[in-house]
Design a binder for this molecule. Structure first.
Ligand code: ATP
Length: 848
């Protein structure tokens, strides 16, 4: 049972601790995560690997014991590499889920705090507002206009009204608050909630397969078939030539293991997941992995103004009352008391009772707190003022209506106070309070007020009108009708300093930044101009104008628009659809519950980490932890970098694997001795496919990445010449390796030495090529070597591996190699370096 003190001050920390011990965390049981061991085992869960193990065991029994053991060791090492990649992916995906967990606003120790919802306990007093997902089962103790969507539990998506009366005061975990505000006492948490009883409704982060991963998986299948076919030919030709059957079989399977890029989809996930953690460091939390890919294609960023392009640090700069403008230093003049009453009483800021300093004591929407700060300098003074009246009811602010109102009991008299967007207020006013009298609000008065609004808006001020009603019987039905106009407040919300350079960056990257705001056309234009988003008022369109355009007209007009002003969240959906129809890839921000449909519809739905509601966060594919526009631009940049990196290692892996296949295929077509033994092929695979490929996945951004146009969403990963690059380079690596092998034979080297030369050539040409893969435009001489230290390290490890295998006699015996002399190394270096050299010269001269 909850006592009075709990209602007003909430639970104390000690009580919370005890209850957490007793009832546990407020979470629904999670799906079991995959254990590290099963991830490791899954590395062997591949048909070709098993065939290889089988073949190795057979050849081991037949006598090649050293070979067999080494092959098994190599397979295990490969599995370890695969395990590291996948384990990292699992961990980062799990971390992502935890970070996206919801929060709850709760009263504890006499203070309103925002806590992680899993720390709620029965007895906690929670504050709920529109857009929140209710964090636990609770009973409403105070409500104004609360409607909730309980469709998750009941299937009924009609909003259900909730009050503090006994019949309909139950609210349940998982339901969404559609409108209003209220306080509720938690009665059940975690698995004891109604939701817990239907546990599998747990809302998870999507683990959708990313389109790229899917495309690569199907490509992988084609490659598997191709590789197997070639391996069969190589094996068959060897056997026809009378070579040892087991050896040839082993050779074929080893080649298949080495050549099939089975790890490709996994590395893509790793690159995406690593990118996600890099993005997190830059304040964007990715909720849906496919978004990372789409980010790179973004061509339009539709951003809210308040808080995203601007600082959301409102300061009232000017007031208009009784036909006169008042500036900051005169807000405490007595004449302004009527305005002070409307803006203070019709206000939803929360007050922390412990704080004396008004700036610290006030909490809530910056528009609301700014209005209070304009009139009060101490929290005590504010409290005294607030205590003079009682609030009876409220119609909260909502971005569609663009206004709010309250009914108060002022010393026995009922009075309605209303504030909101000036035109919404003006259209509801029949009278105006002027020179101490209530007069008819004639057109001449209206145009004076409109002129004052325009003056404020042209100074980039956000305008709020104030009105009241104190005559007649005031009810919730008429509290916003036949009002008396009082005055205006104009507040500044300075643009974020970092936004202007980010806007420029967008433009250079072929991305169009669009401002979407509920604010006045002129205010929006003034700020848009300051940020270089637009240059002429004709690029601004209002919600009203938008309503007048049919879809066809909108499609014609939309390319010219840079700012949508005085729009409602509903308009956003139309805007997204219109841009999408024009084949644009749209990123759209949103915070309120009404923004959720547009956020969901956008290619990249972005929600606000600070001001966003739970519903919008759930609809979004990315959360901006700092609500900042610049963060969107860095996320797009990161998206492009990740995509480029994926292209880099696909280019690398496929051309190298192709090189290996061509080497063996060409040799068998030419009826040569096998240039590489099975064990050597596996060594090549281990030395080149593992670490260097992973290191390419974390390559730092190419400096040109934000100077290119956004890529087409449907573009194949092999587009823009990548396929040709892979085929040409793969063939050349193969040809050069065979030539290196033939040179060995030509210079009368032993078969083992010739194979060592071929092995060296194949490995070295891949290790040189990995640096070329870092850029599609710049030659190897222009890329700064040490900007990817991981790659340098990975290549160094591979070279050491090669040297050890060639020069340490023990490994020499196992891998059938001979130490090479300088002349032989020259052959290796010549054949492995020649293609890179020619390619670099070509790139260099093509550019200059
Ligand atoms: P954005 O979409 O960029 O966040 P915004 O915050 O200006 O724009 P809204 O919050 O929908 O959009 O506000 C629209 C208008 O409603 C404002 O210009 C202002 O006149 C009015 N308004 C804003 N907040 C309040 C409030 N708390 N009470 C009354 N009116 C408000």
């Amino acid at each position: 049972m909850i006592n009075e003190k709990e209602i007003y001050n909430g639970l104390r920390s000690k009580e919370v601790e005890d209850r957490l011990k007793k009832y546990g965390l407020n979470i629904l049981e999670k799906k079991k995560t995959i254990s590290a061991f099963s991830i490791f085992l899954s590395q062997f869960n591949d048909f070709i690997t098993w065939v290889l193990i089988g073949a190795t065991v057979i050849s081991g029994i037949m006598g090649e014991k050293a070979d067999a053991i080494t092959i098994i060791v190599i397979i295990v090492m490969n599995a370890i590499l695969g395990f590291i990649q996948e384990f990292r992916t699992e961990k980062s995906l799990e971390a992502l889920k935890n970070m996206a967990s919801p929060t709850a606003k709760v009263m504890r120790d006499g203070d309103i705090q925002v806590i992680n919802a899993e720390n709620l306990v029965p007895g906690d007093l929670i504050i709920i507002e529109s857009g929140d997902r209710i964090p636990a089962d609770a009973i409403i103790v105070q409500a104004s206009n609360v409607k909730v969507d309980e469709s998750l539990l009941t299937g009924e998506s009609i909003g259900v009204e909730k009050t503090d009366s006994n019949e309909n005061n139950n609210i349940y975990m998982g339901s969404i608050v559609l409108t209003g505000k209220g306080e509720a006492r938690v009665i059940e948490t975690g698995m004891n909630t109604e939701m817990g009883k239907i546990a599998n409704l747990l809302q998870n982060i999507d683990e959708d397969k990313t389109p790229l991963k899917e495309k690569l998986s199907s490509l992988g299948k084609v490659l598997v078939v191709l590789c197997i076919a070639i391996c069969i030919i190589v094996t068959a030709l060897g056997i026809i030539r009378g070579q040892d059957k087991y050896q040839m079989f082993l050779l074929g399977v080893s080649l298949a293991v080495a050549a099939i890029p089975e790890g490709l989809p996994a590395i893509v996930t790793v690159a995406l997941a690593l990118g996600v953690s890099r993005m997190l460091k830059r304040n964007s939390l990715i909720r849906k992995l496919p978004a990372v890919e789409t980010l790179g294609c973004t061509s339009i960023i539709c951003s809210d103004k308040t808080g995203t392009l601007t600082q959301n640090m409102m300061t009232v700069k000017s007031m208009y009352y009784n036909g006169k403008m008042y500036s900051e230093n005169s807000f405490n003049e007595r004449v302004l008391t009527p305005l002070k009453k409307v803006f203070t009483y019709c206000n939803d800021s929360d007050l922390n009772n412990k704080e004396k300093d008004i700036s610290k004591a006030l909490m809530g929407d910056p528009t609301e707190t700014a209005l209070i700060k304009a009139f009060f300098s101490s929290a005590d003074e504010l409290k005294r003022f607030l205590n003079k009246v009682n609030r009876i009811s409220e119609i909260p602010f909502d971005s569609n209506r663009k206004m709010m109102s309250v009914i108060l009991n002022d010393r026995g008299n009922k009075i309605s106070y209303v504030k909101g967007a000036p035109e919404r207020i003006i259209e509801r006013c029949k009278y105006i309070f002027i020179d101490g009298e209530v007069k008819l609000f004639t057109n001449s008065y209206k145009s004076k007020v409109q002129a004052a609004v325009d003056t404020m808006a042209n100074r980039a001020l956000r305008c709020i009108g104030a009105a009241y009603k104190d005559k007649g019987i005031i009810t919730q039905n008429n509290q916003e009708k036949d009002l008396v106009f009082l005055g205006l407040a104009g507040m500044i919300d300075p643009p974020r300093q970092e936004v202007k350079p980010a806007v420029l960056k967008c433009k250079e990257a072929g991305i169009k930044p669009i401002m979407i705001t509920g604010d006045h056309k002129n205010t929006a234009f003034a700020i848009g101009k300051e940020l270089d988003i637009c240059s002429h008022i004709s690029e601004v369109i209002t919600g009203e104008e938008l309503d007048r355009l049919n879809d066809k007209k909108l499609a014609e007009a939309i390319n010219k628009v840079k700012i949508f002003a005085r729009v409602s969240p509903e308009h956003k959906l139309r805007i997204v659809k219109a841009f999408k129809k024009k084949n644009k890839i749209v990123a759209m921000t949103g915070d309120g519950v009404n923004d959720a449909p547009a956020v969901k519809e956008a290619d990249i739905g972005i929600s606000m980490g600070i001001s966003g509601t739970d519903v919008t966060k759930e609809a979004s594919s990315m959360i901006l932890l700092d609500d900042n526009f610049t963060t969107i631009v860095s996320a797009v940049e990161e998206g492009r970098v990740i995509y480029n990196n994926i292209r880099k290692f696909i280019r690398y892996l496929l051309s190298c694997n192709l090189g290996e296949v061509i080497t063996m295929f060409l040799a068998s077509l030419l009826y040569l001795d096998t240039p590489l033994l099975p064990i050597q092929i596996l060594l090549v695979n281990l030395a080149t496919d593992g670490l260097p490929a992973i290191a390419l996945g974390v390559d730092p951004p190419d400096k040109d990445v934000m100077y290119e146009m956004p890529r087409d969403k449907n573009e194949s990963i092999f587009a823009r010449g990548l396929k040709e690059k892979i085929i040409i380079r793969g063939s050349l690596i193969g040809v050069c390796t065979v030539l290196a092998f033939l040179s060995g034979r030509f210079f009368h080297m032993s078969l083992e030495t010739s194979r060592t030369v071929a092995l060296g050539t194949l490995i070295m040409s891949q290790l040189i090529h990995v640096f070329e893969c870092r850029s599609e435009k710049h030659s190897i001489f222009e890329i700064k070597l040490f900007t990817n230290i991981y790659l340098v390290g990975a290549v160094a490890i591979s070279i050491i591996m090669l040297i050890v295998v060639i020069y340490v006699p023990f490994f020499g015996t196992i891998f059938h190699t001979n130490p090479l002399n300088i002349g032989q190394w020259l052959i290796v270096m010549f054949f492995s370096g020649i293609i890179a050299m020619i390619n670099s010269l070509y790139l260099f001269f093509n550019k200059n």
